[in-house]
Design a protein around this ligand. Structure first.
Ligand SMILES: C[S@@+](CC[C@H](N)C(=O)[O-])C[C@H]1O[C@@H](n2cnc3c(N)ncnc32)[C@H](O)[C@@H]1O
Length: 457
C-alpha cells in the first residue's frame, strides 16, 4: 500500500519498537464481518440456515468473519435484513454502548447505520433510538438501513448537533458520537481515506470532534453515558479530544471499558496534559487483532443541570383519516400494532413513546412507517413488511432463497399464486421481504422500485 509519508513518520515516532509489526499489517488483507440482525432471526437459527462459513468475532455476540468470496451482500437474506455487513472492529462500539430496551438513546453521527442497527438490536424494539446524520444524502441511506433491518423504534433526523441540543437538553440515557475522523484506521479498507489524509486535516477533524462532543454532553442526562469512537489512530483526535473535553466541562468521568483479548489502552503520554484516566479508554490495532483501527472512550455524566420541561410530541387528532388503515389492518394483519399513531401528510407512522416534538427538526423517518393513506384505501409500507413476521399477518407467501419465484419477486415481477384475495407478506424461508397483492391467481408486486434487482445474482 502507498501510505502517506507523514503518516508513517508520525506512527513510527509514536509506536517505536511496535512500529514494524504495525507496518506489516498493511501487507495483509482486511477482514470482512457481518452482524446478525437478532431483531429478525435468533442467533442459533441463523447458525442453522447460514449459507456462509462463519467465524465468531470475539468481542461481539452476533458478529462473524466471513470469506469475501461468499458475497453475503448479494444474498436475498441481505434484502430481508437478516444481517448488516460491518467492519469487525466497528462492532466493538455497539457492544460498549450497550443500550437497554426502553432507554432513550441518541446516535449523533449515524450514517450509514452500522452502529444504529447494532444499538437497535440490543434495544429489542423498545425505547427511543434517535439516529441523526448531518448530510442529507447519507441520512437517506441511514433511513433505508433502518427500514431494511425491520427496526420499529428509531427516529431518523438530518440535523446539526447544535439544533438537536436545543430540543433535547439533558434528555438521553446514552449517546454515541461515532465521530467523523481522518480515517487512518481504515486505510486498508478505504483507499480514499488514505488519499485524502493530511496533517492539517487531522487538526481540523479534532476541532470538529470536540465541538460535536460538547453538544452531545449537553444532551446527556445526569448519570447517563456518552461513548466517543473514531476509526483513526491520531492521538489528537482520540485521547486529545477526550482530554480537552474533560478540561472544558466538569461533571464527567472516564469509565473503564470491558477489554477483550487484543484490545489496548489509550495513551496518556501521546498528548500534552493528558488526563491520567485516559488509560481507561481503548484502542483497537490491526496488528493486535483481526480488524481495523478504532478508538473508544466512555464518559459518565456524574452530575448535571436540572432538565427543562420539554414539549411532548404532537398528539394525533385525526382518527377519522385512519378508517382505511384500520380496515387494512383487519383484513391483512393478525392484529393492528399498538402505539402512538401519527400522520405526516398522508404517511402513517407509529412513533416511539419517548419522542419529543419534531417541530422545526428535519426528520427523515419519524418512527415506524406503516404506509400511505390514499383515497378510500391504505397502502402498507415496505417498513411494515420488513418488521413483520408471517404469523403477524393473515396471508403470507413463502419462497425459498434459491427459487425462481424469489428472483422474479426481487426483479419486481408478478408471481402466480393461489389463495384468497388480499395483501400477502412475501417471505424468504420464513423471513419477510416485501408485500404482494393477490387477485385472480396473480400476486401483484409491491417490492419498492428503488430496491429491485436487475439480471440474476
Ligand atoms: C464515522 S461516520 C459514522 C458511521 C456510522 N456511525 C456507522 O456506524 O455506520 C461519521 C458521520 O458523521 C457525519 N458528520 C460529518 N460532520 C459532522 C458534524 N459536524 N456533525 C455531526 N456529524 C457529522 C458524517 O457525515 C458521517 O456520516
Amino acid at each position: 500500500m502507498d501510505l502517506p509519508r507523514d503518516f508513517l513518520k508520525k506512527m513510527e515516532g509514536l509506536l517505536q519498537e511496535e512500529y514494524e509489526s504495525f507496518h506489516k499489517s498493511y501487507e495483509e488483507n482486511n477482514q470482512h464481518g457481518l452482524r446478525v440482525n437478532t431483531l429478525k432471526v435468533p442467533l442459533e437459527e441463523f447458525h442453522r440456515i447460514s449459507p456462509f462459513a462463519l467465524e465468531p468475532i470475539p468481542w461481539t455476540a452476533a458478529g462473524y468473519y466471513y470469506q469475501e468470496s461468499d458475497r453475503p451482500g448479494k444474498h436475498p437474506y441481505h434484502d430481508a435484513g437478516l444481517y448488516y455487513i460491518q467492519e469487525p472492529s466497528a462492532m466493538a462500539v455497539g457492544e460498549i454502548v450497550a443500550p437497554q430496551p426502553g432507554e432513550k438513546v441518541l446516535d449523533l453521527c449515524a450514517a450509514p447505520g452500522g452502529k444504529t442497527t447494532h444499538l437497535a438490536a440490543k434495544m429489542k424494539q423498545q425505547g427511543l433510538l434517535l439516529a441523526n446524520e448531518i448530510h442529507p444524502a447519507r441520512s437517506r441511506i441511514l433511513s433505508q438501513n433502518v427500514e431494511r433491518l425491520g427496526i420499529k423504534n428509531a427516529v431518523v433526523t438530518n440535523e446539526t448537533p447544535g439544533r438537536l441540543t436545543e430540543r433535547f437538553p439533558g434528555y438521553f440515557d446514552r449517546i454515541l458520537v461515532d465521530a467523523p475522523c481522518s480515517g487512518e484506521g481504515m486505510f486498508r479498507k478505504d483507499p480514499q481515506a488514505c488519499a485524502e489524509w493530511s496533517l492539517e486535516n487531522v487538526a481540523l477533524c479534532a476541532d470538529r470532534q470536540l465541538d460535536i462532543l460538547l453538544h452531545a454532553g449537553r444532551m446527556l442526562r445526569p448519570g447517563g453515558r456518552l461513548v466517543y469512537s473514531t476509526c483513526t489512530f491520531s492521538p489528537e483526535e482520540n485521547e486529545g479530544v477526550i482530554s480537552r473535553f474533560l478540561k472544558l466541562v466538569s461533571g464527567f468521568e472516564v469509565e473503564e471499558v470491558r477489554a477483550y483479548d487484543g484490545f489496548a489502552t489509550g495513551r496518556q503520554e501521546w498528548i500534552t496534559e493528558g488526563a491520567a484516566t485516559i488509560e481507561k479508554t481503548i484502542r483497537l490495532w490491526p496488528h493486535q487483532l483481526q480488524g481495523e483501527g478504532h478508538y473508544i472512550a466512555v464518559l459518565k455524566k456524574t452530575d448535571g443541570r436540572t432538565v427543562e420541561k420539554r414539549q411532548a410530541a404532537e398528539m394525533f387528532r385525526e382518527q377519522t383519516r385512519l378508517k382505511d388503515y384500520f380496515e387494512f389492518a383487519k383484513a391483512a394483519l393478525a392484529a393492528a400494532p399498538q402505539g402512538k399513531y401519527m400522520l405526516f401528510g398522508d404517511q402513517l407512522y407509529i412513533i416511539p413513546e419517548q419522542m419529543l416534538s419534531v417541530k422545526n427538526i428535519k426528520v427523515v423517518r419519524p418512527g415506524w412507517h406503516l404506509g400511505t393513506v390514499k383515497k378510500n384505501r391504505f397502502e402498507p409500507s415496505h417498513a411494515l413488511a420488513l418488521a413483520a413476521t408471517p404469523n403477524e399477518v393473515k396471508h403470507s407467501l413463502t419462497v425459498t432463497s434459491t427459487s425462481p419465484e424469489l428472483e422474479a419477486f426481487l426483479r419486481g415481477e408478478a408471481i402466480k399464486a393461489e389463495g384468497e384475495k388480499g395483501w400477502y407478506l412475501v417471505n424468504v424461508d420464513g423471513y419477510s421481504i416485501g408485500w404482494g397483492k393477490l387477485a385472480g391467481g396473480v400476486l401483484k408486486n409491491h417490492y419498492p422500485k428503488g430496491l429491485r434487482r436487475h439480471g440474476s445474482w
